[in-house]
Ligand binder design. Structure first.
Ligand SMILES: [Fe+2]
Ligand SMILES: [Fe+2]
Length: 281
C-alpha cells in the first residue's frame, strides 16, 4: 500500500464521457458518494485510531496510508463534480446536501461501533464496483475520455489495495464477541447498501429522466436499452461478492484481485501521474 497523487485534468471532460451516455450518468451520480463518505471514513478512523492496540504497528501504518489514499480520492471526485456542475442539473443540489448532512449528523448521533460497521459495509461493497470497472466495463471504456477512466480505475484499484484496513479496525474493536461482531458488520453492510444505493439510484434517475425529457421515442427506447446494459455491468459481479461478504468467515485479505488491478497500480499508474505534468519549453 502506498499513497499516489495522480494528476488528472477534469477541465475539458465532457458530460457524456462514455459512448453509453447512461453508463456515464450512472457513474457521474456515483461520484457524489466518495465526495462525502470518504471524509467521513477519515473522521471515523481518527476517532478509532487511539483505541487500537498500540503494539500493532502494521495496522496503525495501514490506517495512516488508508486515510491519505481516501483524501486523494475525495479531492479528485470533488474536482470532477465541480466539472459536472458546469453542465447544470441543479435539481440534484438538495439531494446532495441531504446526503452530506447525514454524515455530519451521524458524527454527533451514532455510536463509533455503528459508524465503523457502516464504513466497513461501504469498503466491502466497493468490491462490486472494483470488479465492475475492471472486468465488466471494457465496452463502455473503449472510446471513453481517458481522464474519467483513470479517475475510476485509480480510485477503485486503491479500494482493492486497502480492502482489509477498515475490516481489521472494526474486527479489533468490536469482534470480541463473534456473534455480535457479525451482527453489527452485516447491519452496517445493509445500512450502507440502502443508504448509498438509494442515494445513487435517486440521483441517476433524476439525471436520466431529465435527459429523456427531450428525446424522441426512438432515442428513449435506445436510452433504456443502454441503461439496462450499464446496470448489468454492476449486477453481474454483485451476487458473488455479496455471498462472500455475508459469510461469517468473510476475510477481505483473501479476495482475489480483479483482472488488471495490479497492473494498473504499476505501469498504468505511472502514465496517469506523468501525463499531465507540463513539459518544460
Ligand atoms: Fe476511496
Ligand atoms: Fe476505501
Amino acid at each position: 500500500m502506498k499513497v499516489r497523487k495522480p494528476v488528472i485534468d477534469y477541465s475539458e471532460v465532457p458530460l457524456y464521457w462514455s459512448e453509453n451516455h447512461e453508463f456515464a450518468q450512472r457513474w457521474n451520480a456515483g461520484s457524489f458518494i466518495p465526495a462525502y463518505i470518504e471524509p467521513f471514513l477519515v473522521k471515523v478512523l481518527h476517532e478509532a485510531k487511539p483505541l487500537l492496540d498500540a503494539s500493532n504497528k502494521k495496522l496503525a501504518n495501514e490506517v495512516d496510508i488508508f486515510i491519505k489514499q481516501e483524501m486523494e480520492h475525495c479531492k479528485n471526485h470533488v474536482k470532477f463534480n465541480r466539472r459536472f456542475w458546469s453542465f447544470g442539473y441543479d435539481e440534484l443540489r438538495p439531494m446532495e446536501a441531504a446526503f452530506a448532512k447525514d454524515y455530519d449528523d451521524w458524527m454527533k448521533t451514532k455510536s463509533l461501533r455503528f459508524r465503523l460497521a457502516y464504513c466497513e459495509g461501504f469498503e466491502a461493497m466497493s468490491a462490486i464496483s472494483v470488479t465492475a470497472i475492471f472486468e465488466e466495463s471494457d465496452e463502455f471504456f473503449a472510446k471513453a475520455d481517458q481522464n474519467v477512466v483513470d479517475l475510476w480505475k485509480w480510485h477503485l484499484a486503491e479500494e482493492y489495495e486497502h480492502r482489509t484496513v477498515m475490516y481489521d479496525v472494526f474486527h479489533q474493536l468490536y469482534y470480541k464477541n463473534p456473534v455480535s461482531g457479525y451482527f453489527w458488520r452485516i447491519y452496517g453492510l445493509f445500512y450502507a447498501m440502502v443508504h448509498m444505493g438509494g442515494f445513487s439510484a435517486r440521483m441517476t434517475k433524476v439525471l436520466l429522466d431529465k435527459d429523456r425529457s427531450t428525446m424522441t421515442p426512438e432515442q428513449r427506447a435506445q436510452s433504456f436499452a443502454n441503461e439496462k446494459r450499464s446496470k448489468k455491468a454492476l449486477a453481474r459481479p454483485a451476487l458473488k461478492h455479496l455471498l462472500e461478504i455475508l459469510s461469517p468467515f468473510y476475510n477481505p485479505a483473501k479476495r482475489r484481485p480483479p483482472r488488471g488491478v495490479e497492473a494498473y497500480l504499476g505501469e498504468s499508474f505511472e502514465r496517469v501521474a506523468v501525463k499531465a505534468v507540463p513539459v518544460p519549453a
